[in-house]
Design a protein around this ligand. Structure first.
Ligand SMILES: C[S@@+](CC[C@H](N)C(=O)[O-])C[C@H]1O[C@@H](n2cnc3c(N)ncnc32)[C@H](O)[C@@H]1O
Length: 200
């Protein structure tokens, strides 16, 4: 059993397969037609499982994004270990929250539906507030659909948090998955992880 606290490296959040990322990954694998042929940004990709799933179901382009270079390296290794091609995959260490143009340019190359996917990125209310503002800008400028995998962490569930965000949105539950026992133990008792579509 392993937790972030037990890891010798600083902030090794890329080194864990988070419950929200597991749900996001499962959802993509189960919705091949939704993501096949589309442009997908995996924001905060971590170990890259959702990016790999998007490639496996035939996304035409995948942008793996994480501010931690080790996450990008781990993702590249995981693509190789899973025998999945990176021909249609780009890797970006940019903080997209400050780089709207990167998102706009990536999506400008496609006439198809566009997706931003996020696995377990709502672990802090202040960060969540910035994320919501960014996701709203992306949705308005590129028509992006936003899918979030999350085990009901407080920034997405607590009334006080939700009321505090200046960016308002609708949270539509599209899937819920049971988590395996060892994941429940490693992640402090979350029993399920959900996938939401966020509409701004
Ligand atoms: C809790 S992990 C989630 C990883 C993965 N999505 C999953 O579900 O397994 C959070 C990840 O977000 C990355 N991260 C934090 N802030 C970020 C930002 N502003 N832009 C992109 N990635 C960020 C971290 O480096 C880390 O890999």
């Amino acid at each position: 059993m392993s937790t972030p606290e037990a890891c010798p490296m600083a902030d090794p959040y890329w080194a864990f397969y988070w419950p929200g990322g597991q749900a996001m990954t499962r959802f993509i694998l189960d919705h091949r037609k939704t993501f096949g042929g589309k442009h997908v940004i995996d924001f905060g990709a971590g170990c890259g499982s959702a990016s790999i799933a998007a490639s496996l179901v035939g996304a035409s382009r995948v942008l793996v994004n994480d501010i931690d270079q080790y996450a990008l390296l781990a993702t590249l290794l995981n693509f190789r270990l899973n025998g999945v091609s990176v021909n249609n995959v780009s890797f970006s260490q940019e903080n997209l929250l400050e780089k709207d143009l990167v998102v706009k340019n990536f999506f400008a190359e496609s006439d198809e539906e566009k997706f931003i996917i996020l696995g377990d990125m709502f672990y802090d209310s202040d960060f969540a507030a910035s994320l919501f503002a960014f996701l709203k800008r992306s949705q308005k400028s590129s028509g992006t659909r936003v899918f979030v995998g999350d085990p009901d962490r407080h920034p997405l569930t607590e009334k006080r948090s939700l009321e505090s965000y200046r960016t308002k949105f609708e949270k539509r539950l599209v899937a819920e998955y049971s988590l395996p026992g060892y994941v429940i133990r490693e992640h402090y008792g979350f029993n399920t992880a959900k996938v939401f579509e966020l509409v701004f």
